[in-house]
Write a new protein. Structure first.
Length: 724
């Protein structure tokens, strides 16, 4: 009923006040006719009845209504049941799927059985929230575009939002910067939970009355004063639904786990305590979950141990620690902090392979010759004692100078790793060798400097042996002995690239003089990609081409269905080497332990459900990590407003140009409204904006000079204008 009243009010506004009728424009008449049919989809109308419904009295305009009805009938939007009498033509009764809300009003519906998104006007959204599972009524639309109206919310996905409190004497609101909600949330003063003006808060929507513009809510938690580093980092986590504190009861449970390694534990394991073993990690790492051991065998070969913290020895299924780890599914790495998957006692203590401490591990042991050929391997539980903790920088110095502690071991492992890497690329692996943007920050979290972290030989040494261990455990389960059935396992899969994206990418890079093979064998295509990446190295367009190459790839994910890993050129691949920070690795450890003991296969459906959850949480964590980098970039640039920088167009959209600065890789936007010398149209296929009159083009990869005009921390956005 309320929806009908709202539409009647809208029509009344179109007609003017107090019976003084204004002549309605044709577009408004068409919309009013559609509104009438959509409000009463089963009703049958002639032109006189429609005219009366929308308040048309002029005979001329009544005849226009008659013409509109025949136009709508021709378009298939209404059906003429008998001469002059029409009924709304719905595309089907209802459909079920996911609602996507956008703050610009461009809401849409994604059918659960697949298919293209369908537009839902704000007036037909009935306050459904982003991610809600909804039932909709489908309608025909002019120009062949379908439209829908939400008729029922089946499952609410989200009800909490992060923003800044605005409190006056009479009212309080949460001002959100959320891309899915344009409306501020009204908060009754007795539900502020002590929040003050300009505090960042988490607010839960409690109600959104049909006829109200704003939803009602209550404060769930106060994050702190807006602008303070801790507040903003917690706000980013809360925005993505990630925890920013660790539950005390889970930490208490971890504190009760005994630290002592028993004699029985040692007797049940292979003893590596006397074999040279060490870790190589970032300088600020505290959770060392992998170590390498090396010794020469009697036959002149090498025995290499990849030792991984035996997390599942301490974390048993369905315990309070395990349930919390599963919910989180991954550690989250923001610019200035790590939000661990496991309590600190486990991640930085019991399970961390610290030097001179006996530790329990799950290991893959390889016998290799000097050509890095794996002659045999085994998976076993071990006890180790690390001799030395190296930073990547320390190990790199030994590789470069040939001097330092355990130099023989490091140099030998590096030589073997380089052989493994060479073979991997010969087999068709893709050589994405990107840098990471890092910040030097002070004790208050303020960014002082931006720098770029590149992977050197020490990083690649660790990477190759971790890849080999992950491949080996995946093959152990995925390639069972003859006569044995394949058992359920958690694989890390990476599908082949989308052919259309690859074609668009190939077409785009031709303007730089590069060629890319998009047809032929998988090996031919990956060799062509590697050749392209090599050719672009050191050129101004290197980062752009690598970014677009990554964008043309599919995202890696977890699944019980093994289809191999395209980017690594592995037919079998899993995640086994980081159980402190990834739940799928814990899953792999448990499954391996079960199958090594000849246990039966687990339920594939349940395991697949867990894989999907972990994939989703990995993506959410990556988004939060990017948001924290974006925030620090904006903060770093906040004292550079008015300054001029050289950059490159890193993104092109219908609303403007994204520009990445050469000096510090900070990215901002030149809004299309500020390109005021012409009317610019967006060409999605060619990644460009083109002026309608001048034909001037701004294309992805073009060098530009910009001036910084605003650094908006609330929106995590830098605004640029093109410098003259």
């Amino acid at each position: 009923m309320n929806a009908k009243k709202n539409k009647t009010k809208t029509i009344a506004k179109l007609q003017g006040k107090k019976g003084k009728k204004k002549r309605m424009k044709k577009d408004a008449m068409v919309q009013a006719v559609l509104n009438t049919f959509q409000t009463n989809p089963k009703a049958i109308y002639n032109y006189k009845q429609i005219s009366k419904q929308i308040g048309i009295e002029s005979q001329v305009q009544k005849l226009q209504i008659s013409d509109i009805l025949y136009d709508l009938s021709y378009d298939g939007i209404v059906t003429e049941l008998e001469p002059g009498r029409f009924r709304y033509n719905s595309l089907g009764t209802v459909a079920v799927g996911t609602f996507q809300r956008r703050s610009n009003g461009k809401n849409s519906f994604i059918p659960e059985d697949g298919g293209e998104p369908i537009r839902i006007a704000e007036r037909n959204s009935h306050h459904a929230m982003d991610g809600d599972k909804v039932r909709v009524q489908l309608f025909a639309r002019r120009r062949g575009e379908p439209e829908a109206e939400v008729v029922e919310v089946l499952e609410s996905k989200r009800s909490t939002f992060v923003g800044k409190l605005q409190i006056s004497r009479d009212i309080a609101f949460l001002i959100t910067e959320d891309k899915t909600l344009a409306n501020d949330i009204f908060i009754p003063k007795d539900l502020l939970k002590g929040g003050k003006n300009n505090d960042k808060a988490i607010v839960r929507i409690t109600e959104w009355p049909d006829n109200a513009k704003n939803p009602l809510g209550e404060v769930i938690d106060i994050l702190g004063v807006a602008g303070q580093n801790n507040t903003e980092m917690h706000a980013i986590l809360a925005e993505y639904g990630l925890p920013y504190t660790y539950p005390k009861e889970v930490e208490d449970a971890a504190e009760k786990i005994p630290e002592t390694i028993t004699q029985k534990d040692i007797e049940e394991r292979e003893d590596f305590r006397q074999i040279t073993t060490f870790t190589i990690d970032p300088h600020d790492a505290k959770d060392f979950d992998d170590a390498l051991s090396l010794r020469k065998t009697g036959n002149g070969n090498w025995e290499i141990g990849v030792h991984i913290a035996d997390v599942t020895h301490y974390v048993k299924p369905d315990t309070i620690i395990d349930k919390e780890a599963y919910e989180r599914a991954t550690s989250v790495y923001l610019v200035d902090r790590t939000i661990p998957m496991l309590p600190e006692r486990l991640s930085n203590g019991l399970c961390s392979l610290r030097p001179d401490e006996e530790k329990l591990c799950f290991s893959v042991i390889f016998e290799m010759n000097d050509n890095a050929e794996v002659l045999n391997s085994r998976i076993c539980h071990t006890v180790i004692k690390s001799d030395r903790r190296f930073t990547y920088e320390e190990a790199q110095q030994t590789i470069e100078t040939g001097e330092g502690e355990l130099k023989e071991e490091i140099l030998t492992l590096n030589k073997l790793a380089q052989e493994l890497r060479k073979k991997r690329f010969e087999n068709g692996a893709i050589d994405f060798d990107r840098y990471e943007v890092k910040f030097e920050i002070d004790e208050k979290g303020k960014p002082l400097r931006v720098y770029f972290k590149e992977a050197k030989e020490a990083n690649k040494l660790i990477e190759e042996f971790m890849l080999l261990a992950n491949l080996t455990v995946a093959e152990y389960v995925g390639k069972p002995e003859k006569g044995k059935r394949k058992k359920t396992f958690v694989y890390r899969i990476h599908e082949t690239p989308n052919p259309e994206k690859m074609e668009n990418f190939a077409a785009f890079i031709r303007r730089f003089g590069y060629k890319l093979k998009t047809t032929g064998s998988k090996n031919d295509i990956t060799k062509s990609i590697n050749s392209l990446l090599d050719s672009a190295k050191g050129k101004p367009e290197e980062n752009l081409i690598e970014t677009l190459a990554v964008r043309s790839m599919q995202k890696a994910r977890y699944s019980t269905e093994n289809i191999g890993h395209y980017g690594l050129a592995f037919s079998y691949y899993s995640h086994f080497t980081s159980p402190i920070r990834r739940y799928p690795d814990m899953m792999a450890h448990r499954l391996l332990e079960r199958y090594l003991a000849d246990g039966r296969s687990v339920s594939k459906e349940k395991c697949e459900e867990e894989c999907d959850h972990c994939s989703q949480m990995e993506q959410i964590a990556a988004n939060a990590e990017r948001a924290s980098i974006k925030y620090k970039q904006v903060e770093f640039m906040s004292d550079k407003v008015g300054k001029i920088f050289d950059g490159v167009i890193s993104g092109v959209t219908e609303w403007g140009l994204y520009v990445e600065l050469n000096e510090n890789k900070c990215e901002g936007m030149v809004p299309i409204r500020d390109l005021d010398d012409d009317y610019y149209e967006f060409d999605e296929k060619n990644y460009c904006l083109t002026g309608r009159r001048t034909r001037r083009t701004y294309q992805l990869g073009d060098p530009v000079t910009i001036k910084v005009v605003q650094a908006n921390l609330e929106r995590k956005q830098l605004d640029f204008v093109l410098a003259e």
